[in-house]
Design a protein around this ligand. Structure first.
Ligand SMILES: [Zn+2]
Length: 154
């Protein structure tokens, strides 16, 4: 089966298909994207068979392309996701999200006393201590954050 058929991109004229979302995380991805709203057509597939992931989720969003910030957040929620940008029914760009070793200005430290939560003009900065399950460690106070700490901020 061709990849195009598998993704059913025919169903989207312009927009984004997020594939290889970790099973049961589609709702977290939608929440991060502030979806659903009252206008954007969104299709969600949950617990779809995947040849290399066991099961996966897929989200298709009509009329919207992800910002760089949204892609950074996506990498924290589901680090194996792939993003397909669709224009006029064709995939014009396809890339895998990339979880870098340092996460800057994407999430905030959960420690209220952390200097990054003061009025100092400094960047939020974390090190990826574990990728799965995800654990971030604050550059400033060394507080660690898990998936729930991250997801709840989106
Ligand atoms: Zn901190």
């Amino acid at each position: 089966m061709s990849e195009k058929k598998e993704l059913k991109v025919k169903s989207i004229k312009n927009g984004t298909v997020i594939d290889h979302i970790r099973q049961n995380r589609a709702a977290n991805v939608l929440s991060m994207l502030n979806l659903p709203d009252d206008e954007t057509p969104v299709m969600v597939a949950i617990n779809v068979e995947s040849s290399n992931m066991g099961k996966k989720d897929i989200v298709k969003i009509e009329g919207r392309e992800l910002s760089g910030e949204e892609v950074d957040k996506l990498a924290l929620l589901t680090p194996l996701a792939s993003v397909n940008i669709i224009r006029d029914y064709e995939i014009v760009n396809k890339f895998n999200v990339h979880l870098t070793d340092e996460v800057i200005d994407v999430v905030k430290c959960t420690n209220p006393n952390c200097i990054s939560n003061s009025n100092e003009p400094i960047h939020d900065k974390f090190y990826v201590q574990e990728k799965e399950p995800i654990t971030l460690r604050c550059h400033y106070c060394e507080r660690t954050m898990d998936y729930e700490d991250i997801e709840s901020q989106f």
